[in-house]
Design a protein around this ligand. Structure first.
Ligand code: F6R
Length: 596
């Protein structure tokens, strides 16, 4: 995810402070970077690539001023190019803006600004902001009021920082994207995350949604967007600068598990109309395939299994293939769409399967997290899951957002009956995931079974891929044996492995046929003395046969899959933590697997 830094009051060291701050935000993942400094004018330097590329670019230009902003960009609108890198400017060059988030109404604002004579130089949604500020300044509005007024026109999510020529201040505002102020005697900082300025201060103020901040040499002021002053508490950061990057969490994986509510909101934002019961994926063009074939690996394959089931339920033939096996599987039939589900967009097996599909004449789509990735560039269509960068090797928030995105894709491509209920459940998903994060007793369950020989996970229907994913996560980060099964398969062999030292985690939601059958399978393992942990919404009587229950709120079975998975992520995480494993970088594994 993008990173913002702003700084006032460091005199000649302002530029170095900005670049240092950006380097501390690198962990968030980015593909371009830039800085802007304001004095009598605004000087700017930005480039696609890494902070080192920015340092190189800065060595041949001269930027002056003691007020500045900087940005690391993780592309959402437009590829990672110099032009799309932040900061963005207006037509006069007197305004510079950096932004995290997505401005949903940018297209209509851009159309309006273009008709009024503004010239745009990037593909980004962000660029509307400096032009809106420019219009306000041209009307004689004072700088601070001009920024407030421009921001009040934005819909969507944002953390924004702006500088204006001739004004010794940084202006900032947030809505649904973090911003924090750092305070020292004589200098004030602003950033997306504390690590950016932690080397200078431990005194911070967290901005809340709807707040506006002004930072200048004399200090800072926070108000609502329409100007009412807000009293803010100054917090003291407890952790040392060395711990930067994990926002206080012990591991990136835990941080990313906790980022899921926000990631899900980002995924849904601007794509669903709850009132109309519709999903808008029009930017993908006209997609009405006669069938869908998914290709994917690992966690993404589990998402693909779930996706195939979604399409089948909507009446479109669909199958999920392990990407590495695809070449030997059935060729694309007729007008099938071949969809590669891949967080990184760089997984060699998945790229190879997509290339094979194209060779056989199929249309292809990447469902991916990374704008500008190879899969996104090579496929006919790209649909972004918008999870933000994931640093822990084990996929967590990207699995949840893959499931949400696949629902959107299916609903956008079909006229499935019941879309309204699914959309309502998706809308509730971020809040329900948050509830599980706040209330889950997975840590206590992990403690109980930390010495188990083996862990089994079972589920049916949408909960079958969740069982597979629960087992993959467990083996990946704990190095313990774990297997996921379709509930009905246990008795066809794996039951022989079940003992009192092999806990069985059963995902059971609803009270229909599938739930009743899984409860029957649970009784089979209970009769063989295996401990049972039920992950359930309590609609069936599975709790009667369970030693522990991980509770879910009642919701649509498709959304329940994401909720059940959240408990299982926490279970694996805490088991691995108890065992002292290298959670963020498990042995032998890489985040992006670029060999076949
Ligand atoms: C497991 C995990 C892997 C990836 C797999 C595919 O936690 O992260 O199984 O899911 O390597 O990677 P992507 O989704 O980048 O294609």
């Amino acid at each position: 995810m993008c990173g913002i830094i702003g700084c006032v009051g460091r005199g000649d060291e302002t530029l170095d402070t900005l670049v240092h701050g950006l380097s501390k935000l690198e962990y968030r993942g980015y593909d371009s970077a830039g800085v802007a400094m304001a004095s009598g004018g605004v000087d700017l330097c930005k480039t696609a690539g890494k902070i080192e590329d920015l340092r190189d670019a800065l060595s041949s230009v001269s930027l002056s001023g003691s007020v500045g902003i900087g940005h690391t960009r993780w592309s959402t609108h437009g590829p990672p190019t110099n032009a799309n890198a932040h900061p963005h400017q207006d037509c006069t060059g007197d305004v510079a803006v950096v932004h995290n988030g997505i401005i949903e109404n940018y297209q209509s604002l851009r159309d309006e600004l273009v008709s009024a004579g503004h010239t745009f130089t990037s593909d980004t949604d962000t660029e509307v902001v400096p032009h809106l500020i420019e219009d306000e300044l041209a009307d004689g509005t004072a700088p601070e009021a001009a920024v407030r007024s421009a921001i009040s026109r934005l819909e969507g999510s944002y953390a924004i920082a702006a500088v204006i020529a001739g004004t010794e201040a940084v202006f900032a505002a947030r809505h649904d994207s973090p911003l924090v102020l750092g305070l020292t005697e004589g200098a004030t900082f602003l950033a997306s995350d504390v690590p950016a300025f932690r080397d200078f201060t431990d005194q911070v103020i967290y901005l809340d949604d709807g707040e506006f901040a002004r930072l200048d040499a004399d200090g800072w002021a926070v108000s609502t967007l329409d100007g009412s002053p807000v009293e803010k508490e100054v917090n003291v950061v407890e952790w040392d600068p060395e711990e930067t990057g994990k926002s206080g969490y012990d591991h990136y994986m835990l941080k990313e598990i906790h980022e899921q509510p926000r990631a899900l909101r980002q995924c849904l934002r601007g794509r669903v109309d709850e009132m109309a019961g519709t999903v808008d994926i029009e930017d993908l063009g006209d997609l009405s395939p006669t069938g869908v074939q998914f290709v994917a690996c690992g966690t993404s394959y589990h998402a693909a299994l779930y996706g195939a089931q979604l399409f089948r339920e909507a009446g479109i033939p669909a199958q999920a293939f392990l990407a590495s096996e695809y070449a030997t599987a059935v060729p694309p039939i007729g007008d099938a769409l071949v969809v590669g589900v891949t967080q990184s967009g760089e997984t060699a097996d998945t790229l190879s399967a997509l290339r094979e599909a194209r060779k056989r004449g199929a249309r292809t789509m990447a469902v991916t997290n990374v704008v500008g990735s190879t899969a996104a560039r090579e496929c006919d269509h790209a649909f972004y899951i918008r999870a933000g960068p994931e640093i822990g090797v084990a996929a967590s928030k990207t699995f949840s957002t893959q499931l949400a995105a696949l629902n959107l894709l299916m609903l956008g491509m079909t006229n499935e009956e019941g879309a309204r209920e699914v959309i309502a459940a998706l809308r509730e998903l971020p809040g329900n995931v948050q509830r599980i994060l706040d209330e889950s007793n997975a840590e206590a369950v992990a403690e109980t079974y930390r010495d188990a020989d083996s862990y089994f996970f079972i589920g049916r229907g949408y909960q079958f891929p969740v069982a597979l994913e629960g087992a993959l996560k467990m083996k990946e980060i704990t190095y313990k044996h774990a297997e996921g099964f379709a509930s009905g398969e246990l008795k066809h062999g794996p039951l022989a492995l079940v003992t009192e030292n092999t806990p069985v985690f059963a995902v059971v939601t609803g009270d229909g046929e599938q739930a009743r059958k899984t409860v029957g399978n649970v009784k089979e393992v209970e009769a063989r003395d295996a401990p049972v942990v039920a992950i359930t919404d309590g609609q069936s009587d599975v709790g009667r046969y369970a030693d522990h229950v991980l509770e879910l709120p009642e919701t649509h079975p498709r959304a329940a899959a994401v909720l059940a998975n959240t408990h299982l992520q926490l279970l694996s995480y805490h088991t691995a933590a108890l065992l002292g494993r290298n959670i963020d970088k498990p042995r032998n594994l890489a985040k992006s697997v670029t060999v076949e």
